[in-house]
Design a protein around this ligand. Structure first.
Ligand code: FAD
Length: 380
């Protein structure tokens, strides 16, 4: 019997558990799968922009993780991993369900990103973001109270998530269409480099710029935010942009408790090989936002990486060598709410793989998140 420990209950962790259970089938009973997460709910993050704008309720985009894992016969431990001892194959957990060391034979690290708000001075005091239910509600309330002035929506350097920035700008432009026409409200999107770079090199900028222009959304490129003041953001080269309402995504990092280990890069993300195995570590995998891959960090990749890790782990359990290869490409829907919604498919490692489709159906598909979840899962 092997003890398989999965750290994190987001897209990466849950999909690894689901896939492993289905691959092991009858053999599942022979092994023990445990998933550790500090939160008992799974949140469907891609719907947070819709939540902020009152287009869905929190209970429509969350579900009980413990219940789901029970159905899968996977043990759930509510707790936070505070240390991994890779030599002894032990993880230290602090939490309600368990407090102490858990031993493992196989480890899957799926702990997502850390929001490094400390990298942008004044972020905590002045900026909104929408990287969680509470934050999305708070931003939504500020939007509802807003009457006139300058709205800035932006990505900090190394905030590897351009999709909600674009979607927030579109939602704001629709909400304030009359005020924008009367010049009472303006909306500006700010990117730290080019739009292309934010999307991992995909040439999506022409289409996006056209849609921004249609809504009179102004764009500022190459503005790397260093600091947030009460009414202005300041770049690393001391340029400034004024705002009355700010939604800014902070820089992302891996988990800082991994910073002292040998398998992380300079941003604390985990380096893996193409089988999703952590570099130089035996029987250890990493998936999702915590894995060090170029370009945006998206649920689409987290799910695919989890599937690859699960297949390779199941192969190892059966005495075979890992053979499933991860190929790094992006698929994302940017929901404009109507005909200008975009579906992008781009090969970060192979730029000849490029597809851009537009149409209302992509908006509908994104809103029916169960279908999107299944489409992503079945794509691979
Ligand atoms: C507003 C928003 C919009 C988005 N839009 C899209 C989109 O349109 N399309 C798309 O594909 N992706 C989108 N994403 C990105 C997508 O949600 C992420 O890429 C995805 O959630 C990554 O999955 P993950 O499992 O790696 O991390 P997460 O989903 O963040 O899960 C990480 C898990 O680890 C747990 N954890 C953290 N620290 C510890 C610890 N110390 N010990 C134990 N557990 C821990 C967390 O509680 C969580 O359960 C969006 C994200 C946001 C926030």
């Amino acid at each position: 019997m092997a003890n398989i420990l999965i750290l994190g209950g987001g897209f990466g962790g849950l999909m690894t558990a689901e896939r492993l259970v289905s691959l092991l089938g009858e053999r599942n009973g022979k092994h023990r799968i445990t998933l550790v997460s500090p939160k008992e709910v799974f949140t469907f993050y891609p719907a947070l922009v819709r939540l902020a704008f009152g287009d869905c309720a929190a209970d429509e985009i969350t579900f009980d993780l413990r219940e789901k894992l029970n159905e899968l016969n996977v043990r759930f431990v509510r707790g936070e991993v505070i240390k991994i001892n890779a030599d002894l194959k032990r993880a230290r957990i602090a939490g309600d369900d368990f407090d102490g060391d858990v031993s493992y034979d196989y480890l899957v690290i799926a702990m997502g990103r850390r929001l490094a708000t400390e990298k942008v001075g004044g972020f905590f005091e002045h900026a909104h973001h929408l990287l969680g239910i509470k934050a999305a509600h708070k931003f939504g309330a500020a939007v509802n109270d807003f009457k006139r002035g300058k709205i800035v929506v932006g990505l900090s350097p190394q905030a590897f998530l351009p999709v909600p920035v674009c979607e927030t700008a579109f939602a704001l432009a629709k909400k304030f269409a009359e005020e924008i026409e009367k010049r009472e409200v303006s909306i500006r999107v700010v990117f730290p480099e080019t739009i292309e770079k934010a999307f991992g090199g995909a040439a999506i900028h022409k289409k996006l710029e056209k849609v921004f222009a249609k809504y009179k959304i102004e764009t500022t490129l190459d503005f790397a935010v260093r600091e947030v003041g009460q009414n202005q953001i300041i770049s690393v080269d001391d340029q400034s942009i004024e705002y009355d309402l700010l939604m800014l995504l902070p820089p992302f990092r891996g988990q800082s408790m991994l910073g002292e280990t040998s398998f992380t890069d300079e941003l604390d993300f985990i380096e893996t090989d193409n089988f999703m195995r952590v570099q130089n570590l035996d029987k250890t995998y990493a998936v999702g936002d915590i894995a060090a891959f170029p370009g945006p960090k998206l649920a689409f990749m987290a799910v695919r990486q989890a599937q690859v890790a699960a297949e390779n782990l199941a192969a190892e359990l059966g005495g075979a060598l890992p053979s499933k290869f991860y190929y790094h490409d992006i698929a994302a829907v940017i929901d404009e709410g109507g005909d200008d919604s975009i579906f992008l498919h781009y090969g970060v490692w192979d730029e000849t793989l490029y597809g851009l489709k537009t149409g209302k159906m992509w908006s509908r598909m994104k809103n029916q998140h169960d279908q999107l979840w299944e489409a992503v899962r079945d794509h691979y």
